[in-house]
Design a protein around this ligand. Structure first.
Ligand SMILES: [Zn+2]
Length: 78
């Protein structure tokens, strides 16, 4: 996402480049989250939702409430 670096010697372009960068970062975040949600849905379909992908133990309802797309338990997330 550094292909807009050329805009920076143009004062107007710098703002646009900055906003573009912000938008790209948000989009990136949304994409990553979408992948995580997709994986969570796949695990739900497979009956593995709520199970840690690392140790196979329960993720815990509190963690799932805070991060419904969590794929590992608190211990394995560290
Ligand atoms: Zn675990």
């Amino acid at each position: 996402m550094s292909s807009n670096a050329d805009d920076e010697h143009d004062p107007e372009g710098a703002t646009i480049a900055f906003e573009r960068q912000q938008a790209a970062a948000l989009l990136d975040q949304a994409r990553r989250r979408l992948v995580e949600v997709d994986e969570a849905l796949a695990r739900a379909a497979a009956g593995a939702y709520g199970r840690c992908a690392e140790c196979g133990g329960p993720i815990g309802t509190e963690r799932l409430a805070a991060r419904p797309h969590a794929r590992t338990c608190v211990a394995c997330a560290r």
